[in-house]
Design a protein around this ligand. Sequence first.
Ligand SMILES: CC(C)(COP(=O)(O)OP(=O)(O)OC[C@H]1O[C@@H](n2cnc3c(N)ncnc32)[C@H](O)[C@@H]1OP(=O)(O)O)[C@@H](O)C(=O)NCCC(=O)NCCS
Length: 166
Amino acid sequence: MSCSLRPVGRAHRARLEQLTRDTGLFREEEVGTAVELLDEHLAGDEDYRFVGAFDGERLIGYACWGPTPGTSGTYDLYWIVVDREHQGEGIGTQLLREVESRLSAPGSRLVVVETSSRADYDPTRKFYEARGYTRAATIPGYYAPGDDLVIYTKDLAPGDLARTAP
Ligand SMILES: CC(C)(COP(=O)(O)OP(=O)(O)OC[C@H]1O[C@@H](n2cnc3c(N)ncnc32)[C@H](O)[C@@H]1OP(=O)(O)O)[C@@H](O)C(=O)NCCC(=O)NCCS
């Protein structure tokens, strides 16, 4: 489906909360965190950047990312969510490509994504794997017993990872 990619504003706050909750994947506390990051962004905090996918005026997906504190050129993809009704239509791919293209400035090296090993995240992990993300680490039982943290990375500047730090 064709959607337009635009900034997420205050007017989209409730809709962002709703579509995050409606995925059925996130705990209520996590939904609250997504909204808090939007609030930080709207207050001018450049550590949290957002892009929205819109069908007309309706927000149907978003991504949130920012520089990882204490690193040089590493970015966390904190959130990527597509309205349940529109999943599988290519919108997540458009959002991910948009984030990556905004990280094409010199010095951006690595994207890190944290997700879960739970079976209901199987499609999510497949999504990252099919788009050039490599499973870099697992922390067993991180979220809960039997629910591991799975960390994916994508090298934006191949070759840089192995270079000696200054
Ligand atoms: C993961 C997510 C952002 C992907 O966005 P999307 O718009 O559904 O993905 P696209 O249509 O661009 O790509 C579809 C691919 O993603 C995968 N996928 C993930 N979730 C899917 C879903 N619910 N329906 C269909 N495909 C899905 C499939 O492997 C599919 O692969 P294919 O292209 O080989 O068929 C979206 O499904 C989503 O919001 N999921 C719930 C929230 C979530 O898991 N966010 C990430 C938290 S770490």
